[in-house]
Ligand binder design. Structure first.
Ligand SMILES: NC(=O)c1ccc[n+]([C@@H]2O[C@H](COP(=O)([O-])OP(=O)(O)OC[C@H]3O[C@@H](n4cnc5c(N)ncnc54)[C@H](OP(=O)(O)O)[C@@H]3O)[C@@H](O)[C@H]2O)c1
Length: 252
């Protein structure tokens, strides 16, 4: 039986991925900060899947000592980690377009420091084992978008990080990949006030991520194709055309 560790596994995309991997007879360990939420998630996953190989360990990914303890606990007391899904996120939309330094620092702490904390510890355990570290980023990271400066910056940095580590981690025999979902209905996206095109349920993300992570190695997993591919193309538009689109979409 193989093991996946999912950060931010108590809700949203992380929870849906945990459910799918359990159904497919994987051992699943979920982490996030709130222990009560984790306990409820584990109960609910057991009820929904009728499987028992589900474990939890509270962990704030921004805290290096907690990350170190958590990974060491899983590796020594539960099992080697075959796939680490670095999915935990802080998200706070900034409708006013005001530059809020506290929001920038919060998102850097969770989305960036959290990601590199996990990678730093995981690499020591995973080297030579041909395991996979997959980071859940976002198409928002492809190109700067109005109101998304803080969140988009952290997601762009995650993308760039994976592009670099793809080369560097070959030497350690660790695979690394990135996941770019479109709009998925979760606690985070409930904070959005705009209409989200191609909004999908979290179970859809769970299916796509399971297929992408367990099939032939893919550097990038993205879905739904039509939405995310369109955002990819926007990267190459001249600024005049790009800003015209945003003016039409939201008078930015
Ligand atoms: N939903 C979308 O439309 C969408 C689209 C593109 C990309 N994404 C990406 O998908 C991933 C999951 O998003 P989601 O929408 O499923 O989010 P979500 O439902 O809001 O869940 C976020 C999870 O992260 C945990 N978390 C927050 N801060 C943490 C910390 N410091 N340490 C550990 N865990 C922490 C939360 O639990 P606690 O609060 O208990 O810690 C929760 O389990 C994120 O990386 C996001 O950027 C989402």
């Amino acid at each position: 039986m193989q093991t996946i560790w999912i950060t931010g596994g108590s809700s949203g995309i992380g929870f849906a991925v945990a459910k799918k991997f359990l159904e497919e007879n994987w051992r699943v360990v979920i982490s996030s900060r709130n222990e009560d939420k984790l306990i409820k998630a584990v109960e609910s996953l057991k009820n929904l899947t009728k499987k028992n190989e589900i474990y939890y360990k509270p962990c704030n990914v921004s805290n290096y000592a907690e990350v170190n303890n958590t990974i060491s606990f899983i590796e020594n007391k539960i099992s080697n980690i075959n796939i680490a899904l670095l999915n935990a996120t802080a998200y706070s939309p900034n409708r006013s377009q005001e530059f809020d330094i506290n929001n920038y620092n919060l998102l850097i702490n969770v989305n960036l420091n959290g990601t590199i904390n996990c990678i730093d510890v995981l690499k020591n355990y995973m080297k030579g084992r041909n395991n996979l570290i997959s980071i859940v980023s976002s198409p928002v990271g492809y190109r700067g978008m109005p109101t998304a400066g803080a969140y988009g910056m952290t997601k762009a940095a995650q993308l760039n990080l994976v592009e670099s580590l793809y080369f560097d981690f070959k030497k350690l025999n660790i695979k690394i990949s990135v996941i770019n979902p479109g709009f998925i209905d979760t606690e985070s996206t409930k904070l959005n006030s705009f209409k989200m095109p191609f909004l999908k349920p979290a179970s859809y993300a769970g299916e796509k991520i399971f297929k992408g992570l367990t099939g032939k190695y893919k550097f990038e997993i993205y879905f739904p194709f039509i939405l995310v591919f369109s955002v990819k193309i926007m990267r190459y538009l001249p600024l005049k055309v790009y800003s015209f689109i945003w003016k039409k979409l939201g008078n930015f």
